[in-house]
Design a protein around this ligand. Structure first.
Ligand SMILES: *Cc1c(COP(=O)(O)O)cnc(C)c1O
Length: 381
């Protein structure tokens, strides 16, 4: 006898993170490596979060506060909701997993889109839950009509996952489309389908018609759960903190599934301090907007088309601009000490995702793409 995992585990393609800097240095014997692969905050963590961390170290022999009292209170003020509308996760990834474990059984399904953040698909598969993905609409936007049809058709559908703006495409769903969609989903099978609005990049949004997710929750509290994270604009990806905003009825069920000490003490105090440092958030957003302009101009200059993005990253059509698939450009830029993110696992073989870095990083990374352009020309000549 051998120990075998269930079929759905054996079939699973696990999540592939952005390549770490250290690993790239070792593999290619490089001294300087720039990573624009995981949508991390190029400004680092908030200095206030670092100070808070230094203070907590003498308490590390104690268990953390499983109820996350102080962080929830701070978030409650920030989001203008009650603490009972909040749950904290070890990254928003943990909350995606908790939602599926809480509301789905093996054989149920979730509805999402091709090209949507891949964690939804992977987390569902881990629990034997099917992930039904509709085709992307034009310009790599979600086809909400197709998603609604899928929800109606599939009696086993329990949760719809939408990232707004979406990663890796940077595209978004407008407020009018979103409201109409949620209103329709809330009527399906007596309102038994949950809509998860993953808003990991909401702080970066500049588009006027992309609505505030907390406002959307306020309009559809029985149907919507909003996900947010400290991994992006707050610069705390390494500490793993995310949260959800939802109705107490929904979150009470999640609380039963949550591990008692899912967040460590360091993460709890750092997130609270980072939340209170909104001046840092402003700086990060400003730097991102400037960096986005730099990339839009730079890509245009190289003749590389891109999809306009509302996040801290931009998806470039390198197949069209450089005549090589994303994976190939990724590999040769690695050798030049620049880590981008290939997105073949999203079916986007022609594209490469570029996280917005500091001004200096952006310049070096764009130069690496310019080198690619040269060699691709030479290759064709
Ligand atoms: C980065 C990202 C997250 C954040 O995940 P964490 O587990 O909080 O680090 C969530 N959703 C999307 C769409 C993301 O791109």
């Amino acid at each position: 006898m051998t120990i075998t995992a269930p079929e759905y585990i054996r079939q699973l393609n696990p999540y592939v993170p952005g390549k770490p800097i250290e690993e790239t240095k070792r593999e290619f014997k490089l001294k300087r490596v720039i990573k624009l692969a995981s949508n991390e905050n190029p400004l680092g963590p908030s200095p206030k979060a670092r100070l808070a961390l230094a203070k907590i170290t003498k308490e590390l022999h104690r268990y953390p506060d499983g109820a996350a009292f102080h962080l929830k209170n701070a978030l409650s003020k920030h989001e203008k909701v009650t603490p009972s509308n909040l749950i904290i996760g070890n990254g928003s990834n943990e909350i995606i997993d908790m939602l599926i474990r809480t509301f789905c059984v093996a054989g149920d399904s979730i509805v999402t889109s091709k090209g949507a953040f891949i964690a939804y698909k992977i987390c569902s598969q881990i629990h034997g839950v099917r992930s039904n993905e509709t085709e992307m609409g034009s310009d790599l936007r979600f086809d909400l009509g197709a998603m609604l049809e899928q929800v109606k058709r599939d009696a086993k559908a329990r949760i719809v996952f939408l990232a707004n703006p979406n990663n890796p495409t940077g595209t978004y769903v407008r407020g009018d489309e979103l409201r109409k969609f949620i209103a329709e989903v809330s009527k399906v099978r007596g309102g038994s389908v949950l809509v998860v609005l993953d808003s990991a990049y909401c702080e970066y949004v500049t588009a006027k018609d992309l609505p505030n997710p907390t406002t959307i929750f306020g309009e559809f509290p029985e149907t919507v759960v909003v996900l947010k994270t400290f991994s992006k604009v707050y610069g705390l990806a390494g500490l793993r903190v995310g949260y959800a905003i939802g109705s107490p009825e929904i979150l009470n069920q999640l609380e039963k599934v949550r591990m008692p000490f899912n967040l460590n003490s360091l993460a709890l105090v750092a997130a609270e301090a980072a939340l209170k440092d909104q001046a840092f958030v402003k700086r990060a957003v400003k730097a991102n907007t400037a960096g986005m302009k730099f990339w839009e101009k730079g890509l245009k200059g190289l003749g590389i088309p891109f999809w306009p993005s509302q996040g801290n990253f931009i998806l470039a059509n390198v197949a069209e601009g450089l005549g090589k698939p994303g994976g190939e450009v990724y590999q040769s830029c690695l050798r030049r000490g620049v880590i981008f993110r290939p997105v073949a696992n999203y079916g986007l073989l022609h594209a490469l995702r570029i996280s917005i870095g500091t001004a200096a990083e952006n310049k070096i990374a764009l130069a690496a793409l310019a080198q690619e352009k040269k060699t691709s020309r030479a290759g064709r000549a």
